[in-house]
Ligand binder design. Sequence first.
Ligand code: AMP
Length: 448
Amino acid sequence: MLFEELNLIEPILKALQTEGYTQPTPIQEQSIPTILQGRDLLGCAQTGTGKTAAFAIPMLQLLSKPHTNTKVHKAIKALVLTPTRELAIQIEESFKAYGKNLPIRHLVIFGGVGQKAQTDALNRGVDILVATPGRLLDLMNQGFINLRDIEIFVLDEADRMLDMGFIHDVKKVIAKLPLKRQTLFFSATMPQEIQKLADTILTSPLKVEVTPVSSTAEKIKQEMYFVAKNDKKNLLIHILQDKTIETALVFTRTKHGADRIVKDLIKVGIRAEAIHGNKSQNARQRALTNFKAKTTRILVATDIAARGIDVDELAHVINYELPNIPETYVHRIGRTGRAGLSGTALSFCDAEEKDFLKDIEKLIALKIPVTEDHPYAMSWQSLMSAAAEKPKAKGQGGNPRGQGSRGNGRPSGGGQGGGQREPNLSGAKRTPSSGSRRWSSKGSKPKA
Ligand code: AMP
């Protein structure tokens, strides 16, 4: 199926083309026609399935119909409520990208920053408001926001709202919405309380369920290497001595880090190139072509730059650093093991990254097996103590090489507990991809 078959208006189709999207993802294929009909939707899907575009595209189309009433012209017509600032920013960026050829005004608001810019924008008029619950209620209480003209309400990541203790705030917001509205409800899981909430706020919704991204992770062989930060370089070189690793995509958090790894690898005779935001489009394209042709063995990429990469026969992904957003891990490792081919994802975890690992294992509901058979192995305990010592011995990676690494002694419930996530301040946000990712329509299961 192509986007052209979904009865979308030309300005949206053009914007999708610019994004490099050709085929809708399974959740988009099912949700877009339903939302365009004005029906409620219950989407069981998590980040990575294309769910943002699944609601953003039809919302933009519905809201692009001319509103004759000038009072309504000023009013907020759609509200998207999402738990974190990071998600809120991503969602607004999606509206911006897919709505770039439409005169629709959107705004994102979240806490932790001054409110002046937000209230100024609200005063100028906003059609679609993307918000986190706290700041939304705050500005509602101050009289800057009124929800009485909302036509479409989206509740995003409802289960995470519950985990993060926002559910009461969410209910307060819902109480202020007009009863006559279209509601789109998204949640990765359906605990009882979320199911109850869905039942009370949705009217005969279409249920759409797509296999969570984590199932991709289960198909890929994953290995975790506990290692001191200072040893990561040597560990990478050690791993790449294995000639059966024909090519590998190495992920790093920073552009600078990517360049450094390339230099280190070249020094020991391993052909490597980096792609990141500081490289020109031509340089990136060249590096990618070399990598696909296997004249470059190792491609080192930042998450942002890697988004457009589509390499079919990629057998190895190496996370030189763990991402602080667990979904990013799933996206990264999903680069391998495509089209039924086997894939291996190796990850390095140093003391400072152990919390990221917990979050990742919670998301994929899987404990990643630890590889201890390497010269730089650290046990989970030594990783924990290195982390505890960190504030005292700043910059000291510590190298307990050779230290007993029998049995990693990790707590068995790695990552359990609905701990509050830190907002992502790293800038590692995802924006709509300009890549041409292909989506399989397998694994989607429409209901009722
Ligand atoms: P989401 O699940 O909304 O967080 O989206 C996951 C990623 O997939 C985002 O980076 C989107 O830009 C990208 N994406 C969404 N829909 C498509 C599509 N139809 N084709 C290619 N990429 C897409």
